[in-house]
Design a protein around this ligand. Sequence first.
Ligand code: SF4
Length: 228
Amino acid sequence: MHDLEQRLEQLTAGEGLALIADLFPGKVVFSTSLGQEDQVITQLIASQNLPIQIFSLDTGRLFPETLELLARTESKYKTRIKVYYPETTSVEKLVADIGINGFYESVENRKSCCFVRKVEPLKRALARNKVWVTGLRAEQSANRSAMKRIEWDEANQILKYNPLLDWGFDEMLAYIQEHKIPYNPLHDKGFISIGCAPCTRAILPGEDARAGRWWWEESKKECGLHAK
Ligand code: SF4
Protein backbone atom coordinates (compact mmCIF):
# COMPACT_ATOMS: atom_id res chain seq x y z
CA MET A 1 0.00 0.00 0.00
CA HIS A 2 2.94 2.31 0.80
CA ASP A 3 4.28 1.80 -2.75
CA LEU A 4 0.90 2.58 -4.27
CA GLU A 5 0.60 5.72 -2.13
CA GLN A 6 4.01 6.85 -3.42
CA ARG A 7 3.06 6.14 -7.04
CA LEU A 8 -0.20 8.05 -6.68
CA GLU A 9 1.61 11.02 -5.15
CA GLN A 10 3.46 11.50 -8.46
CA LEU A 11 0.26 11.50 -10.52
CA THR A 12 -2.53 13.97 -11.18
CA ALA A 13 -6.01 13.03 -9.95
CA GLY A 14 -7.01 11.97 -13.46
CA GLU A 15 -3.89 9.84 -13.92
CA GLY A 16 -4.39 8.30 -10.48
CA LEU A 17 -7.97 7.30 -11.33
CA ALA A 18 -6.76 5.70 -14.57
CA LEU A 19 -4.06 3.77 -12.69
CA ILE A 20 -6.51 2.52 -10.05
CA ALA A 21 -9.03 1.47 -12.72
CA ASP A 22 -6.23 -0.43 -14.45
CA LEU A 23 -4.94 -2.15 -11.29
CA PHE A 24 -8.39 -3.27 -10.09
CA PRO A 25 -10.39 -3.98 -13.26
CA GLY A 26 -14.15 -3.99 -12.75
CA LYS A 27 -13.77 -3.54 -8.99
CA VAL A 28 -13.61 0.24 -8.60
CA VAL A 29 -16.66 2.30 -7.65
CA PHE A 30 -17.11 6.01 -7.02
CA SER A 31 -19.74 7.40 -4.65
CA THR A 32 -21.03 10.82 -5.64
CA SER A 33 -23.18 13.10 -3.51
CA LEU A 34 -23.17 15.57 -6.43
CA GLY A 35 -21.04 17.99 -4.39
CA GLN A 36 -18.41 20.09 -6.12
CA GLU A 37 -15.55 17.69 -5.41
CA ASP A 38 -17.61 14.77 -6.65
CA GLN A 39 -18.56 16.60 -9.83
CA VAL A 40 -14.84 17.06 -10.57
CA ILE A 41 -14.25 13.33 -10.17
CA THR A 42 -17.25 12.47 -12.36
CA GLN A 43 -15.77 14.71 -15.06
CA LEU A 44 -12.34 13.05 -14.68
CA ILE A 45 -13.88 9.57 -15.00
CA ALA A 46 -16.23 10.44 -17.86
CA SER A 47 -13.70 12.42 -19.90
CA GLN A 48 -11.34 9.43 -19.90
CA ASN A 49 -14.15 6.89 -20.24
CA LEU A 50 -12.73 4.97 -17.27
CA PRO A 51 -14.41 1.70 -16.24
CA ILE A 52 -15.39 3.02 -12.80
CA GLN A 53 -19.02 2.61 -11.70
CA ILE A 54 -20.44 5.93 -10.46
CA PHE A 55 -23.19 5.63 -7.88
CA SER A 56 -25.19 7.89 -5.58
CA LEU A 57 -27.33 7.38 -2.47
CA ASP A 58 -30.82 8.85 -2.66
CA THR A 59 -31.82 9.11 0.98
CA GLY A 60 -35.35 10.23 0.16
CA ARG A 61 -34.61 13.58 1.84
CA LEU A 62 -32.37 15.25 -0.77
CA PHE A 63 -32.89 18.74 -2.17
CA PRO A 64 -34.77 18.78 -5.51
CA GLU A 65 -31.77 20.74 -6.87
CA THR A 66 -29.52 17.75 -6.11
CA LEU A 67 -31.69 15.30 -8.05
CA GLU A 68 -32.00 17.76 -10.90
CA LEU A 69 -28.19 18.02 -10.96
CA LEU A 70 -27.92 14.24 -11.10
CA ALA A 71 -30.08 14.19 -14.24
CA ARG A 72 -28.13 17.09 -15.75
CA THR A 73 -24.82 15.34 -15.04
CA GLU A 74 -25.99 12.10 -16.66
CA SER A 75 -27.06 14.04 -19.70
CA LYS A 76 -23.86 16.09 -20.01
CA TYR A 77 -21.50 13.13 -19.65
CA LYS A 78 -23.77 10.61 -21.38
CA THR A 79 -23.42 8.25 -18.48
CA ARG A 80 -25.74 6.55 -16.00
CA ILE A 81 -25.24 7.13 -12.28
CA LYS A 82 -26.49 4.09 -10.39
CA VAL A 83 -28.81 5.19 -7.58
CA TYR A 84 -29.20 3.21 -4.35
CA TYR A 85 -32.21 3.67 -2.08
CA PRO A 86 -32.77 2.74 1.55
CA GLU A 87 -34.68 -0.47 2.30
CA THR A 88 -38.39 0.38 2.39
CA THR A 89 -39.17 -1.62 5.51
CA SER A 90 -36.22 -0.07 7.39
CA VAL A 91 -37.36 3.48 6.55
CA GLU A 92 -40.93 2.69 7.57
CA LYS A 93 -39.75 1.29 10.90
CA LEU A 94 -37.40 4.25 11.50
CA VAL A 95 -40.16 6.82 10.88
CA ALA A 96 -42.59 4.84 13.03
CA ASP A 97 -40.00 4.79 15.86
CA ILE A 98 -38.61 8.35 15.84
CA GLY A 99 -41.06 10.35 13.71
CA ILE A 100 -40.58 11.89 10.29
CA ASN A 101 -38.08 14.50 11.56
CA GLY A 102 -36.96 12.69 14.73
CA PHE A 103 -33.31 13.22 13.81
CA TYR A 104 -33.48 16.71 15.36
CA GLU A 105 -34.27 15.27 18.79
CA SER A 106 -31.04 13.41 19.60
CA VAL A 107 -27.69 12.41 18.13
CA GLU A 108 -28.78 8.79 18.51
CA ASN A 109 -31.88 9.39 16.38
CA ARG A 110 -29.84 11.25 13.82
CA LYS A 111 -27.33 8.42 13.58
CA SER A 112 -30.16 5.89 13.20
CA CYS A 113 -31.58 7.92 10.32
CA CYS A 114 -28.15 8.24 8.65
CA PHE A 115 -27.61 4.51 9.11
CA VAL A 116 -30.88 3.52 7.44
CA ARG A 117 -30.78 6.11 4.68
CA LYS A 118 -27.03 6.20 3.94
CA VAL A 119 -24.77 3.69 5.67
CA GLU A 120 -26.71 0.52 4.87
CA PRO A 121 -27.25 1.42 1.17
CA LEU A 122 -23.55 2.34 0.96
CA LYS A 123 -22.56 -1.09 2.25
CA ARG A 124 -24.66 -2.68 -0.49
CA ALA A 125 -23.05 -0.42 -3.11
CA LEU A 126 -19.52 -1.25 -1.96
CA ALA A 127 -20.02 -5.00 -1.52
CA ARG A 128 -17.79 -7.18 -3.70
CA ASN A 129 -15.73 -4.20 -4.88
CA LYS A 130 -12.06 -3.52 -4.08
CA VAL A 131 -11.67 0.26 -4.27
CA TRP A 132 -14.02 3.04 -3.22
CA VAL A 133 -13.21 6.42 -4.80
CA THR A 134 -14.29 9.46 -2.80
CA GLY A 135 -14.14 13.23 -3.24
CA LEU A 136 -12.75 13.91 0.23
CA ARG A 137 -10.25 16.75 0.60
CA ALA A 138 -7.93 17.02 3.60
CA GLU A 139 -8.77 20.66 4.34
CA GLN A 140 -12.54 20.04 4.55
CA SER A 141 -12.51 19.46 8.30
CA ALA A 142 -10.15 18.69 11.17
CA ASN A 143 -10.93 14.98 11.26
CA ARG A 144 -10.21 14.66 7.54
CA SER A 145 -6.74 16.19 7.69
CA ALA A 146 -5.05 12.94 8.76
CA MET A 147 -6.29 11.04 5.71
CA LYS A 148 -4.05 9.38 3.15
CA ARG A 149 -4.46 9.30 -0.61
CA ILE A 150 -5.14 5.58 -0.42
CA GLU A 151 -6.12 3.89 2.83
CA TRP A 152 -7.86 0.83 4.20
CA ASP A 153 -11.45 1.47 5.31
CA GLU A 154 -11.96 -0.97 8.15
CA ALA A 155 -15.69 -0.33 8.53
CA ASN A 156 -16.41 -1.20 4.91
CA GLN A 157 -13.49 -3.60 4.32
CA ILE A 158 -12.38 -1.82 1.16
CA LEU A 159 -9.52 0.36 -0.09
CA LYS A 160 -10.50 4.00 -0.17
CA TYR A 161 -8.91 6.27 -2.77
CA ASN A 162 -9.13 10.05 -2.31
CA PRO A 163 -7.77 11.58 -5.55
CA LEU A 164 -8.53 15.18 -4.53
CA LEU A 165 -6.86 14.87 -1.13
CA ASP A 166 -4.45 17.78 -1.68
CA TRP A 167 -6.75 20.01 -3.71
CA GLY A 168 -7.54 23.43 -2.29
CA PHE A 169 -11.02 24.92 -2.46
CA ASP A 170 -10.06 27.62 -4.98
CA GLU A 171 -8.22 25.13 -7.16
CA MET A 172 -11.38 23.01 -7.27
CA LEU A 173 -13.58 25.99 -8.19
CA ALA A 174 -11.16 27.01 -10.95
CA TYR A 175 -11.26 23.47 -12.37
CA ILE A 176 -15.07 23.48 -12.35
CA GLN A 177 -15.13 26.78 -14.20
CA GLU A 178 -12.48 25.83 -16.71
CA HIS A 179 -14.20 22.57 -17.63
CA LYS A 180 -17.77 23.94 -17.42
CA ILE A 181 -18.71 21.23 -14.94
CA PRO A 182 -22.38 21.35 -13.86
CA TYR A 183 -22.84 22.16 -10.18
CA ASN A 184 -25.60 22.53 -7.63
CA PRO A 185 -27.20 26.05 -7.76
CA LEU A 186 -27.41 25.93 -3.95
CA HIS A 187 -23.64 26.55 -3.85
CA ASP A 188 -24.33 30.06 -5.15
CA LYS A 189 -26.69 30.61 -2.19
CA GLY A 190 -24.12 29.91 0.54
CA PHE A 191 -24.46 26.14 0.76
CA ILE A 192 -21.00 24.56 0.67
CA SER A 193 -21.34 20.96 1.85
CA ILE A 194 -24.77 19.77 0.71
CA GLY A 195 -26.49 16.71 2.14
CA CYS A 196 -30.13 16.01 3.04
CA ALA A 197 -32.44 19.06 2.91
CA PRO A 198 -33.57 19.06 6.56
CA CYS A 199 -29.99 18.64 7.80
CA THR A 200 -28.17 21.23 5.67
CA ARG A 201 -28.17 24.99 5.87
CA ALA A 202 -26.20 27.77 4.22
CA ILE A 203 -23.10 29.00 6.07
CA LEU A 204 -21.88 32.50 6.78
CA PRO A 205 -18.64 33.90 5.33
CA GLY A 206 -15.74 32.62 7.44
CA GLU A 207 -17.63 29.65 8.89
CA ASP A 208 -16.17 26.13 8.57
CA ALA A 209 -17.27 24.47 5.31
CA ARG A 210 -19.14 21.71 7.17
CA ALA A 211 -20.75 24.03 9.73
CA GLY A 212 -23.99 23.87 7.76
CA ARG A 213 -24.34 20.12 8.28
CA TRP A 214 -26.29 19.01 11.43
CA TRP A 215 -25.75 22.53 12.72
CA TRP A 216 -27.75 21.84 15.89
CA GLU A 217 -25.15 19.27 17.02
CA GLU A 218 -21.68 19.69 18.50
CA SER A 219 -20.49 16.44 16.87
CA LYS A 220 -17.71 15.80 14.36
CA LYS A 221 -20.04 16.61 11.41
CA GLU A 222 -19.74 13.18 9.84
CA CYS A 223 -22.64 10.89 9.00
CA GLY A 224 -20.91 7.54 9.36
CA LEU A 225 -20.00 7.12 5.69
CA HIS A 226 -16.42 8.14 6.30
CA ALA A 227 -16.06 7.15 9.95
CA LYS A 228 -12.63 5.76 10.81
S1 SF4 B 1 -28.57 13.70 6.93
FE1 SF4 B 1 -30.49 13.95 8.13
S2 SF4 B 1 -32.20 13.25 6.85
FE2 SF4 B 1 -30.26 12.58 5.89
S3 SF4 B 1 -29.99 10.51 6.58
FE3 SF4 B 1 -28.84 11.79 8.05
S4 SF4 B 1 -30.29 12.39 9.68
FE4 SF4 B 1 -31.47 11.48 7.97
